[in-house]
Design a binder for this molecule. Structure first.
Ligand code: ADP
Length: 565
């Protein structure tokens, strides 16, 4: 098997089976067999089970495709919980809140991430009838979940991830927007503001909008939209949070509106989910779907990609049935929507192989071409499954009759892209040379092999070039010894202007029924207005949310550039 040293380290640390003394007792082949057998066992016919088990094994062992971390960790094992993404409801009463705290703990134990909307909680200071006291408000309950998350380290290795969301028209919105300005607070949460169309209209017109108490529907105040917009942008400029969640855009794409209105997303934003809904993800490695054309030029291997999409949808649909959940509500809703999240990784590497710059019209066109192709193949497969097994039980007649309410997403692929040794999700490379802060402070060096190969072939490689790139923010742009064509092709996240990042996210979103996890990188010298420009563009282009990150604005970056590692 073709696993890199970095991949082996990641697998040993967290995924391969260990005995009670902590000694690794499983090799990668056995791990992929374990997953393939467990997932294929959802099929009722034994011939199909055996055939698919073999296909799934090869699919993963070749690194053409990997499922999300919980599937790798838990398939064929006692926990059996296979999904990465959850949303839990937060009701406006003590029993409901603490039921959710408990469900959160059980999900975190299995490696899943949880998202919450706190928008239904009465504001701070509102009267609590049963006690005659005053409510403590959404932010205080976020702190409860945060503390409980601290106490449970998932599977003994990773800390839980949460998303906290509050509607922009909730009376406590200003406190919420500031709740992470103190970097020691609610550290186990990402936060996003649920932005309404009414609010965006008020921003455009420089008008005011109403604050509404959710427990009784009373208008309790008004705010100037631009002031709130500026405050969000300022905080995001200062430390990357909050993000925006375009809640009305998301609900326009809701195939089950009589079940629920969407209020929240999972921790990284790629899944907008109903209450107790979950999603199991898997990502196709695009870098492995390139071939040499007759003229020797690299091109997308469409035939192989089509086959991969088919197999991935079969795999993920089987995961729905193989999945085991810690509370019954989760199992019921999962069977109701049969939602799956097929995505990609290695997109930036694909572009490099095809010699297309990420920040170019051609780059956007390739994104659309690849994603529309994947969408068509995935829909066909899910429709065929529906012909045999029926559509997902919550199907309301909206959209095509298929087996799964949702099919497509783009996950961050933070860990699985390391196992596959490719670029993550739809993100550009962070740099040509970098150190990745993996777990427990371990730094693994990473050099983009493709760059070195091209540089040697084209004759611009020199011993000093690597060092120059490290000194140049990990980028080769602007280095005179690198020909202009290759400066463009080997684009890094910082070379790419924020508008290109947004346009790329929107290009993928066009063909995706769930959402896209993407960071809009801004240079250190970017202004608050630059953040606002990115917000407005992403809203206009139909994104479901946006997260910005200004270089250097937070100390403990997950990805460190070569220069400061
Ligand atoms: P992976 O590469 O490990 O499969 P991703 O980076 O693609 O995972 O993240 C997918 C989703 O998994 C996230 O959006 C989030 O819901 C969940 N997730 C990621 N990291 C964690 C974590 N440390 N704890 C819990 N859930 C997580």
């Amino acid at each position: 098997m073709n696993l890199s040293d970095n991949a082996l380290k990641v697998l040993e640390k967290r995924y391969l089976g260990k005995d009670e003394a902590g000694v690794v007792r499983e090799n990668p082949e056995q791990m992929f067999r374990r997953i393939a057998d467990a997932i294929a066992s959802s099929n009722s016919q034994s011939s199909e089970r055996e055939f698919l088990a073999e296909e799934y094994y090869r699919f993963m062992a070749s690194l053409d495709f990997l499922p999300n971390s919980p599937t790798i960790m838990n398939a064929g094992r006692p926990l059996g919980q296979l999904s990465a993404c959850f949303v839990l409801p937060v009701g406006d009463s003590m029993p409901e809140i603490f039921d959710t705290v408990k469900a959160t703990a059980l999900i975190h134990q299995t490696g899943g991430g949880t998202g919450f909307s706190f928008s239904r909680l009465r504001p701070k200071g509102a009267v609590v009838r049963s006690t005659g006291g005053q409510a403590s408000g959404p932010v205080s309950f976020m702190k409860v979940i945060n503390a409980s998350t601290d106490a449970i380290k998932q599977g003994g290795t990773r800390r839980g991830a949460n998303m906290g969301i509050l509607r922009v028209d909730h009376p406590d919105i200003l406190e919420f927007i500031d709740c992470k300005m103190d970097l020691t607070q609610v550290t186990n949460f990402n936060i996003s503001v649920a932005i309404t169309d009414v609010f965006m209209q008020a921003v455009k017109e420089d008008g005011e909008y109403d604050l509404i108490a959710p427990h009784n529907g009373e208008v309790v105040g008004r705010l100037r939209a631009r002031e709130v917009f500026d405050k969000i942008a300022h905080n995001a400029w200062a430390n990357g949070e909050p993000g925006l969640f375009f809640i009305d855009t998301a609900n326009r794409a809701n195939p089950t509106p009589s079940r629920w209105t969407y209020e929240a997303t999972n921790p990284c934003g790629e899944q907008v989910l109903g209450p107790y809904e979950s999603c199991n993800l898997g990502s196709i490695n695009l870098e492995r779907h390139v071939r040499s054309s007759a003229t020797g030029k690299p091109e997308v291997d469409w035939e192989r990609l089509g086959r991969s999409v088919y197999l991935a949808v079969r795999f993920l649909d089987n995961v729905v049935d193989a999945n085991r959940f810690p509370i019954p509500e989760l199992a019921a809703v999962n069977q109701g929507t049969r939602r799956i999240g097929l995505g990609i990784m290695g997109f930036a590497r694909l572009l490099m192989r095809l010699e297309i710059p990420y920040d170019s019209e051609e780059g956007l066109e390739m994104a659309e071409k690849v994603m529309s192709f994947i969408r068509d193949e995935a829909e066909r497969t899910s429709q065929d499954l529906a012909k045999v097994h029926g559509p997902f039980p919550y199907y309301e007649g909206i959209g095509t009759r298929k087996r799964n309410s949702h099919l497509l997403t783009i996950a961050p692929t933070g860990t699985i892209s390391m196992i596959a040794d490719t670029s993550s999700g739809c993100e550009p490379e962070f740099s040509i040379i970098w150190y990745k802060n993996v777990m427990d402070g371990t730094h693994l060096p990473y050099t983009l092999e493709m760059f070195e190969i091209v540089a040697r072939r084209e004759g611009f490689w020199s011993d000093g070039l690597a060092e120059k790139i490290v000194q140049n923010h990990g980028s080769c742009r602007g280095l005179s010894e690198v020909p202009e064509k290759w400066q463009k092709v080997f684009a890094t996240a910082h070379d790419i202007a924020p508008r290109w990042h947004v346009r790329m996210q929107a290009a993928f979103q066009k063909y995706i029924d769930a959402a896209v996890s993407k960071t809009i990188n801004l240079p250190q010298e970017a202004t608050v207005e630059d953040v606002e420009d990115a917000y407005l563009l992403s809203f206009e282009l139909g994104c479901k949310g946006i997260t910005v990150y200004r270089d250097g604005s937070r100390h403990n970056q997950v990805l460190n550039l070569g220069t400061n590692a």
